[in-house]
Design a protein around this ligand. Structure first.
Ligand code: PEP
Ligand code: MG
Length: 574
């Protein structure tokens, strides 16, 4: 039976393919079958993950801090016992063999069965052990996923599977960069969550906030995902399928045509030059930035190097990642943001989710609270600065004191590199993200301490309007055109331009063609966005005139009436 499910389209395009369901509950894993020839390999992978977790637990036990609660050792012993128990290890291996499925799925099935048994036990002590089983299973799953092979891979990439999940974390999605899902859809989430941002960077259609899709859709159902309209058509009939195949072809042709603009300079009709930079999450993304003609990297979200793995990348690993980007971009400016962990990017053992993680120990706050972690990154960044034009960007600044503390740590990192005789660029520019209203309102202090600014509109809007950017129940209120947001943007761009300090926008509004002329009218000349959006924005710039944009923008800034703002914007975009 054909039916449709509606949500929020967060990444454009059309995908057609069979549904692949992620497991329900907290532990999101995909289910795929493994050919008989690879079953033994899958069992070995499970054994490898079990062994890695055993080592991890042994290591933890060997390094119990002096002030740790006395129960910690007993707790680790219980976890080791659970891990060693045949009901977890052997039974999971048997499931892999009998069901010819991936290790994650088998483990999840076995864990669910075990936890259901615990629920039936009358003894409250035993019932509490259920949480321990879950934690152990989570560790093993992380290990499986962190080692790459366990990433939910569609069995036949050419079929263009569509992943249907209740929820996916940014860390889940970043793994898809290597694995060709044609699309993914989720029950929760909203357009500026990091999960949605990643979907756009993958250039695949994506819909969120579908609410019940995970329950309604069955494994293997044929799906059409229409990212523009935010609709999933389940088991479409032939005429609908034919119509969408045609639309998908047209969409692809449109994208191919845009490729012709790759080397064209982004200059407006009146001759104003504009820089179009790319946002990336991993060094491999540089290829896409280059394919789309980016003239620099405006935002490298380095925290993605830290997600989905059991350990932290050390200085050498980070240095190599940063250098790779710097060298690949061959002299073009590279802006690398220091760790923005916390909120929707959690890292076990480092971040605390807190009661309100978006307002908690996130980004620079976390780095200043964990200077050892931060210094490792700063040294790696400075080392990479010797290989090209690298700029360091500090996220989530709210006070000048944070900038000063950061400068002190940067100086410390420089002194230690000098002591080690390691080369770096002494004049590496340090910039700050303006994404908290307090920073936007006290900008002069920031201008004195920083070499450049980058406006993070995703958070600036979230914090100005008090809208959780990951919560779909308030997504309709998340509005870049809110007069308060426009006033803040106008103020930051104007003040930076007057002070002759470079200012860019690296939030999602920079990649939204409906806002390109408005941003030009506000005086923005450097845009940073996901590579997939870059050529469309360039096309719009080529068709725009700055004086015309400025005159309508002035009128937009004079009104607080939302309807008037949208009609003026429509006028600007004709
Ligand atoms: C922003 O907040 O606009 C931004 C670019 O940073 P992130 O989306 O990673 O929080
Ligand atoms: Mg941000």
């Amino acid at each position: 039976m054909s039916f449709t499910v509606h949500g929020i389209g967060v990444s454009d395009g059309i995908a057609i393919g069979p549904a692949q369901l992620a497991a329900e509950g907290q532990l999101e894993v995909a289910h795929y079958s493994v050919p008989p020839s690879r079953v033994a390999e899958e069992v070995v992978r499970l054994e490898g993950a079990l062994a890695a977790v055993r080592r991890e637990l042994q290591d933890l036990k060997a390094h119990i801090p002096a002030h740790a609660p006395a129960e910690l050792e007993a707790f680790l012993d219980v976890h080791m016992m659970i891990l060693a128990d045949a009901t977890l290890s052997e039974r999971t291996a048997e499931l892999i063999r009998s069901q010819q499925c991936n290790a994650e799925w088998a483990l999840k099935q076995q864990a669910d069965a075990l936890m259901a048994q615990f629920d039936r036990i009358g003894d409250s002590y035993m019932r509490e052990r259920k949480a321990d089983v879950r934690q152990v299973v989570e560790r093993v799953l992380k290990s499986l996923l962190g080692h790459g092979n366990g990433i939910p891979v569609p069995p036949s990439p050419e079929q263009g599977n569509i992943l249907v999940a209740h929820d996916l974390s940014p860390a889940d999605v970043v793994q898809f960069k290597q694995h060709p899902y044609a699309s993914f859809v989720t029950d929760v989430g909203s357009a500026t969550s990091h999960t949605a941002i990643l979907a756009r960077s993958l250039n695949i259609p994506c819909i969120m906030a579908l609410h019940h899709a995970r329950q309604l859709i069955r494994e293997g159902d044929m799906l059409i995902v229409d990212g523009d309209q935010g609709v999933v058509i389940v088991n479409p009939d032939s005429p609908v399928l034919a119509e969408y195949r045609l639309r998908r072809r047209e969409w692809e042709l449109g994208r191919q045509k845009l490729k012709r603009l790759r080397t064209t300079a982004a200059t407006t009709l009146d001759g104003t030059p504009v820089e179009l930079h790319a946002n990336i999450e991993l060094p491999e993304d540089v290829a896409q930035a280059q394919e789309n003609g980016a003239t620099g990297i405006g935002l490298f979200r380095t925290e993605f190097l830290f997600l989905k793995r059991g350990d932290l990348p050390d200085e050498q690993e980070q240095f190599e990642a940063y250098r790779k980007v710097v060298m690949a971009m061959d002299g073009l400016p590279i802006t690398i943001r220091t760790l923005d962990l916390g909120a929707d990017k959690q890292l076990g053992g480092i971040t605390a989710s807190g009661t309100n993680p978006a307002l908690g120990l996130r980004a620079i706050r976390l780095c200043l609270a964990e200077p050892k972690l931060f210094i490792v990154q700063l040294r790696a960044l400075l080392r990479a600065s010797a290989y090209g034009t690298l700029r360091i960007l500090i996220p989530m600044l709210s006070t000048a004191a944070e900038i000063r503390q950061t400068h002190q740590l940067i100086e410390e990192a420089k002194r230690s590199l000098e002591a080690d005789g390691i080369a770096f660029d002494r004049d590496t520019e340090i910039g700050g993200m303006i994404e908290i209203p307090a920073a936007a309102l006290t900008l002069k202090t920031f201008l004195r301490e920083l070499d450049f600014l980058s406006i993070g509109t995703n958070d600036l809007i979230q914090y100005t309007l008090a809208i959780d950017r990951t919560d779909d129940s308030v997504a309709h209120l998340y509005d870049p055109l809110h007069p308060a947001v426009l006033q803040l943007l106008a103020r930051v761009i104007r003040t930076a331009n007057q002070a002759k300090i470079s200012v860019s926008i690296c939030g999602e509004v920079a990649g939204d063609v409906a806002l390109t002329r408005l941003l030009l009218g506000l005086g923005l000349r450097v845009f940073s966005m996901h590579p997939a959006q870059l050529l469309e924005v360039k096309q719009r710039i080529l068709q725009s005139s700055v004086p015309a944009a400025e005159s309508v923008t002035k009128r937009i800034l004079r009104t607080e009436d939302p309807q008037r703002i949208s009609s003026l914007l429509a006028k600007l975009n004709v």
